[in-house]
Write a protein that binds this ligand. Sequence first.
Ligand code: PMP
Length: 296
Amino acid sequence: MKIYPLVWFDGQITCLDETSPSIAAHTLHYGTGAFEGIRAYNTAHGTLIFRLADHMNRFVYSLSVFNKSIPWDGQQLCQATIELVRTTKAKNCYIRPIFYFDDGGLEIAPTYNQYHIAILIFELPESETIQSLRLCISPWQRINGSALPIDKKLTGFYINSLLAKLNAQQRGFDDAILLDIDNNIAETSIANIAFCVDNTLITPSRTNILPGITRDTVFKLSADIGITMQERPITIEDAHQAQACFIMGTLRGILPISSLESTAYDVHHPLLQRLIDNYQKLVQGDYTDSAWNQIV
Ligand code: PMP
């Protein structure tokens, strides 16, 4: 992904080159940062940023873990994002707000107040080349909600995702499902997961997952077609018995899973296809409910 040379940095649009953190940055040493991932789409209506306010509110919620009061609220960060998208003329892109500590000393709790907020933009190709993924079950357990506040997006958490992804790739898969502390299905390295069982939808409950914004969108899209996506513990056996499976995440939206180890899934399952079509319409600004969409 190509990064745009202009970024929003502590209140101003500036050159990326002028923002490098120090090698003494606390965040580099201890993973003490918070971030977001937001999608914008090139649509017939203009550049459409999907659920910007929800992402920025989660960003502010995530960084609240560090007990620092920041000079911008969610709404001002939304305005900053819109201004940056307008200035860069970015269209189909991935927007990455990040909070980090530059310096901060060696104590585990950062001792100085040198934190920054930046918003970066990465260009995405016009069309998605990945059509489906092959998953395995990870030997790495998903970090659990009583050890870490996993409803927040904190930089250090992603070592857990990285380990699962690397292990899956070494074994010839695209990604992995991590199990929770009770050995039930949690999520993949960077996305939530759901299964089609007959004509119903099931997804793991919120306890040991990052309850994603795309997952929340799928609750609405499925309700719109008269189906309630049910939250419940899902065993590996349940997963193997499902007819279809898909992941939900900002970067790729709803993406079919073609197999879980030796179990093949129906990537053309009618319910899954309907959700994908409606999600596509939604992010292109062509769905009836457009309150989530920010046209720039
Ligand atoms: N789980 C994890 C671990 C993630 O990193 C992400 C991506 N942010 C998701 C789920 C999906 O969240 P969202 O739909 O908000 O992108």
